[in-house]
Design a protein around this ligand. Structure first.
Ligand code: GAF
Length: 377
């Protein structure tokens, strides 16, 4: 990827450049808890977006996407918003940097990546993080705090892409550290690195290839349900709510809002249970909570789909310790915690049974926990 980028940049722009990368993410547990002020447990992975970038001395940005084979040029004023969705991520990052009083000049860029698109690995946050990191380095002497870079990506989603996402994806993509998951408290925004090397187990993703696209998905509606319940409870977020609080307002809310809140309150506890279990090396509990999350996301939060339910059931039948839909939902991957000795049989069953049922070859993605946003050259 690196060599292709370099030669494409040279042939298109013919000058010196800097090279940056940022990473996709996994999340062990804690889904849809970020915008509810709860905990998440993500890590960056070895799937990246890489960009060759050089300031061009003008007030225009010229950017080439290798994978989409598309080019876009735009100015840096609000009214210059580009048509292409992918370019809005880059434009939004530039605008959000400017809104915070930092500098962005024109630049030329070529980018490419191997984060599968629409698989729930956060390709859009990866793109935002890569450009936020680069703009900070190229134009601001790295004066913008790392956490603010994550917020810049999140605001890009809110203000330029129509997704009212939480902070998890951009946080993970920026802060990721090799070999470590991160437990982030999305209320206080405190986090800690958690070395993750489960002896005798492997983490593997199975991509159903059902396209996951949060833009225009009911993601925002899920968030609205949670906010309605929290506000009825007189709370800022569902972080502070217990099941008993929810039961107390059950007849004042819709069945749907009740189910959404029930999932979130349960998930908040599951993240804490998983952290405790990991400290004891108790992977059986970790796995049980993962399955509970899956069925909570499927039945109460209603963000799964037939294919992902099929994969979670298949995993359970193969004796996989834990399996669940990962990320926002509506398609994408399952994340699976598998004992070494069961790995081959599980992958074999997935490769045989999924295509037989859905006529689609699933993609198997072993997880390697890696560094987040960085300058490479
Ligand atoms: C998406 C969002 F972008 C995250 O903020 C988070 O809410 C996630 O869905 C669900 O946990 O990836």
């Amino acid at each position: 990827m690196k060599n292709t980028l370099i030669s494409l940049f040279q042939s298109r722009f013919g000058k010196d450049f800097r090279l940056y990368a940022s990473s996709g993410r996994i999340n062990l547990i804690g889904e849809h808890t970020d915008y509810n002020g709860g905990f998440v447990f993500p890590g960056a992975i070895d799937k990246v977006i890489m960009a060759a970038i050089s300031p061009n001395g003008s007030d225009r940005v010229r950017v080439q996407s290798v994978d989409l084979n598309d080019y876009c040029e735009f100015g840096l004023r609000e009214e210059d918003i580009p048509q292409q969705q992918w370019a809005r991520y880059v434009f939004g990052v530039c605008r959000e940097v400017q809104k915070r009083g930092f500098a962005v000049g024109g630049f030329d860029a070529v980018f490419a990546g191997d984060v599968p698109l629409g698989a729930g690995l956060s390709s859009s946050a990866t793109l935002e993080s890569c450009f936020a990191f680069a703009v900070n380095d190229l134009f601001n002497d790295n004066k913008i705090e790392k956490f603010e870079l994550a917020r810049i990506g999140q605001s890009t989603e809110h203000n330029y892409c129509g997704v009212k996402c939480g902070i998890m994806d951009q946080f993970a993509s920026i802060h990721g550290k090799k070999g470590c998951l991160m437990r982030l408290d999305c209320r206080s925004m405190e986090f800690e690195y958690f070395p993750f090397d489960p002896k005798g187990y492997r983490l593997v993703l199975v991509n159903s290839k059902v396209k996951h696209e949060l833009v225009g998905s009911p993601y925002n509606k899920r968030r609205e349900s949670c906010e309605r319940v929290a506000s009825l409870l007189g709370m800022e977020t569902l972080r502070d709510a217990e099941m008993a609080d929810l039961e107390g307002v059950k007849d004042k809310i819709s069945e749907e809002d009740y189910m959404r809140a029930r999932y979130v309150i349960g998930e908040k506890q599951r993240v804490l249970d998983v952290c405790e279990a990991l400290e004891r090396g108790d992977y059986e509990t970790v796995g049980q909570r993962m399955y509970q999350t899956h069925w909570g996301m499927s039945k109460d939060y209603e963000v799964s789909c037939e294919e992902l339910d099929f994969l979670a059931r298949l995993a359970e039948r193969c004796g996989v310790t834990g399996s669940r839909i990962m990320g926002g939902g509506f398609g994408g991957c399952t994340i699976n915690l598998v004992k070494d000795e069961l790995y081959d049989a599980f992958i074999g069953a997935v490769k045989k049974e999924f295509p037989a049922q859905y006529n689609v070859e699933p993609e198997i993605i072993p997880v390697v926990i890696s560094d987040g946003a960085r300058r490479i050259e």
